[in-house]
Design a protein around this ligand. Structure first.
Ligand code: SF4
Ligand code: ZN
Length: 314
């Protein structure tokens, strides 16, 4: 079958959400165009801005790296890989591959362990938690510690934006979870024009937020990415609401392809005025222990609270 777009080359991909068969080149161009469109629509990144790319080594982050190198000047990009410190999860072969990719693209690449960046690895946190006989999902620490580390490096590097590899599937899940929880503060932060609540936070953008995970898998594969995703041993601890929302949304997408895209686009549209209400909020207060921003109702930030609860700081 010929490609539905160019009509010349053989189609190799069936794009479920448009019911179109595409050749490799048209598929890649379509992804690049959609990312550029999203960046332009919400003015996510200006052409002169320096951007830190948070890349874990998975297919989504490989795609982010490759796409950004094609649509933004490589001299204005820096890559950051954080090693969580989870036995059996952080793979040296994937890291070597990512390093050779950034070298080939001429992009500086910082590699840091979570311990170097913020003081404790995920395994260390879990070990202390077990010793103290308390239960906190490892993902809670992992997520907060990674965000803290990325923001810290971004500030040190003096970049204008941080780009993460969140894809459409992640955005849809997060939107739905926050609606189910009635958490409007977090809901507006999913929006590309969400409020910026502290000058200490470097603005985060998600260039792949309209690209399906199944598409990043293909994009990465077409560019020589051959790794199977390895499951984190703590995956079973993923908060159940996210796991259930994810399963439900996948079933929906399977029955009606394009559902996730329509959901995110509709919510983006519906919230575009509502988010502005949050622009008037005051700057977030600072944590009494570490000086980083903390929520309005907290004196000590969640990160310090977690470390304290397992005895990693006093
Ligand atoms: Fe971190 Fe949880 Fe993901 Fe493992 S599953 S990498 S602990 S967020
Ligand atoms: Zn703190």
């Amino acid at each position: 079958m010929k490609c539905h777009l160019c009509g010349v080359k053989e189609a190799v991909v069936y794009q479920l959400h448009t019911s179109k068969a595409l050749c490799r080149d048209c598929f890649i161009n379509d992804i690049l165009k959609r990312v550029e469109l999203e960046i332009k629509k919400y003015n996510l990144i200006k052409s002169n801005e320096r951007v830190l790319l948070a890349i874990s080594g998975g297919k989504d982050s490989f795609t982010l790296l490759d796409v950004m190198s094609k649509i933004h000047s490589s001299s204005k990009l820096i890559a950051l890989t954080l090693i969580e410190g989870i036995e059996g999860y952080n793979r040296a072969d994937v890291l070597d591959f990512m390093k050779s990719k950034t070298r080939e693209l001429g992009i500086d690449h910082i590699v840091l362990t979570l311990k170097e960046a913020v003081g404790a690895s995920v395994d260390e946190f879990v070990k202390n938690m077990v010793l103290k006989n308390i239960k906190i999902p490892p993902c809670t620490y992992c997520g907060i510690a990674r965000r803290r580390a990325i923001n810290k490096v971004a500030r040190e590097q003096g970049v204008d934006k941080v780009a993460t590899a969140h894809v459409l599937d992640d955005e849809a899940q997060t939107y739905v979870m926050n609606i189910l929880r009635g958490d409007t503060m977090r809901l507006v932060q999913v929006h590309p024009k969400g409020p910026w609540l502290s000058k200490l936070f470097i603005r985060k953008v998600k260039p792949l937020r309209k690209i399906y995970e199944r598409e990043t898998a293909l994009y990465a594969y077409f560019h020589g990415y051959k790794f199977q995703e390895r499951e984190c041993p703590y995956i079973t601890h993923i908060p159940t609401l996210r796991a259930r929302v994810r399963d439900y949304l996948y079933r929906l997408e399977l029955e009606k392809p394009g559902s996730l895209l329509r959901l995110v686009e509709l919510l983006d549209e519906a919230l575009s005025d509502y988010v502005k209400k949050y622009y008037e909020l005051p700057e977030l207060p600072h944590c009494k222990m570490c000086g980083e921003p903390t929520s309005y109702n907290r004196e000590i930030c969640k990160f310090c609270e977690l470390l304290m609860s397992v005895g990693l700081i006093k």
